[in-house]
Design a protein around this ligand. Structure first.
Ligand code: NDP
Length: 446
């Protein structure tokens, strides 16, 4: 469609050197063609040009002092992408690979994801190229304090509400919140993922992994199937991976892999609750590498420098990072019997891998639908904060399950409405887009 290609050409010209951002925009815009054809108002109001340009981009210096007394400098970012349906909302990523293009891709995806949750949240993302690996708690604290000393003037509970992502968990959110509170002299729900005794929500740490598993269960139910007895591959070994294992186990599946940026462990016996407790201690407290798992459990193998995708299984839950499934990995997965992919990570499959899954008609749940449980419970944390209330574990988990079911049925119904039944990419993108685009039209040229 000429309108979509013209906008994509403009976006490419305006954002050189940002391949991940261009990848995400291309995937979304191309899938929106059926809705643009049916509703010419989106072209009339230049919605595609406007929705692919962030409302605001903040970039700042973050100086801090390490334990040896040496001065370090990192770069901080916050991308406030779209606020038409609510305050900017999205995580902070601390990882040495972070750059402007990666955060813009994540913020862009977040706009549609947050819309899908049906909660009132706009899209944003931020972070830094700071690497928390190998840093002491005091170094992480000093970095977080310096980062917040700039960020605090741009965020607020009704403006922009950051959360965690890669490298930002409970410890970092604590340090960031403490500094915000000190600078503003106010105790508000300005961050989500907070500790339970200072405004956090039960089930927030679990939400992304649980949600991706609920989404897989919903996709399987369309074929009268379930996770019971299924062998599953999980990549990553952080927050999302850990709680995916917990929920897959509860629903009767068996997870046989985990990974980190150094390599993969394969445990043919499955990772049960006791082994998961070991992983949580290893990763969240000792902060060591996943290879230690194979040293502790002798039947497991450690494969250095590889990802989990060549191991036969029926389901895959990529839960580490973007572009971790290549076209070749996708072909290997399907050849080995995999017919369910539920993305815990953001954009973990390369475009050719996505196309392969769609062509093979496997149950493929793209990240912006499958991993929306995390931000959905962040939205519930904001609701609890504004009421000065804490809901029970059961109440939050029930909300999460309902939201994941609704995202699934909305994506399914929208895909069918536009003649692409079973294509969750088209369903999720169109369903997420329409609500934001209509709000942009309602609010005029701002
Ligand atoms: P964590 O930091 O808790 O864990 C990240 C895991 O992924 C670690 O095992 C890490 O290994 C691995 N990893 C990170 N970068 C790379 C890389 N470049 N190559 C290989 N492995 C890598 O992060 P989360 O679990 O929170 O996030 C995982 C994914 O889920 C991300 O894509 C994130 O955007 C997405 N997500 C997270 C949500 C949340 O609520 N936390 C919500 C929605 C999506 P290592 O330790 O070696 O770096």
């Amino acid at each position: 469609m000429p309108y979509v290609s013209e906008v994509l050409a403009q976006v490419a010209a305006r954002n050189p050197g940002e391949p991940e951002f261009l990848q995400a925009v291309k995937e979304v815009l191309e899938s929106l063609e059926p809705v643009i054809v049916r509703h010419p108002k989106y072209q009339k109001y230049n919605i595609l040009e406007r929705i692919s340009e962030p409302e605001r981009v903040l970039m700042f210096r973050v100086p801090w002092m390490d334990d040896k007394g040496a001065i370090q400098v990192n770069r901080g970012f916050r991308i406030e992408f779209n606020s038409s349906i609510g305050p900017y909302k999205g995580g902070l990523r601390f990882h040495p690979t972070v750059n402007l293009g990666i955060l813009k891709f994540l913020a862009f995806e977040q706009v549609f994801k947050n819309s899908l949750t049906s909660l009132a949240m706009g899209g944003g993302k931020g972070g830094s190229d700071f690497d928390p690996k190998g840093k002491s708690d005091n170094e992480v604290m000093r970095f977080c304090q310096s980062f917040m000393t700039e960020l605090f003037r741009h965020i607020g509970p009704a403006t922009d509400v950051p959360a965690g992502d890669i490298g930002v968990g409970g410890r970092e959110i604590g340090f960031l919140f403490g500094q915000y509170k000190r600078l503003r002299n106010e105790f508000t729900g300005v961050l989500t993922g907070k500790g339970l005794n200072w405004g956090g929500s039960l089930i927030r740490p679990e939400a992304t992994g649980y949600g991706a598993t609920y989404f897989a269960q919903e996709m399987l139910a369309t074929r009268n199937d379930s996770l019971e007895g299924k062998t599953c591959l999980v990549s990553g070994s952080g927050n999302v991976a850990q709680y995916t294992i917990e929920k897959v186990n509860e629903l009767g599946g068996r997870v046989v892999t985990l990974s980190d940026s150094n390599g993969t462990i394969y445990d043919p016996d499955g990772i049960d609750a006791e082994k998961l407790a070991f992983i949580m201690e290893l990763k969240n407290v000792r902060r060591e590498r996943i290879r230690e798992y194979a040293a502790r459990y002798k039947k497991a193998q450690y494969k250095d420098g590889v990802r989990p995708w060549d191991i036969p299984a029926q389901c895959a839950f990529p839960s580490a990072t973007q572009n971790e499934i290549t076209a070749e990995d996708a072909s290997t997965l399907v050849k080995n019997g995999c017919f369910v992919v539920s993305e815990g990570a953001n954009m973990p499959s390369e475009p050719e891998a996505v196309q392969f899954f769609i062509d093979k008609k496997i149950l493929y749940g793209p990240g912006k639908a499958a991993n929306a449980g995390g931000v959905a419970v962040s939205g519930l944390e904001m609701a609890q904060n504004s009421q000065f209330m804490s809901w029970s574990r059961e109440a939050v988990d029930n909300h999460l399950r309902d939201i994941m079911q609704r995202i699934h049925s909305n994506a399914c119904a929208t895909a069918a409405e536009y003649g692409h039944a079973g294509n969750y990419v088209i369903g999720a993108n169109i369903a997420g887009f329409v609500k934001v685009a209509d709000a942009m039209i309602d609010q005029g040229l701002v």
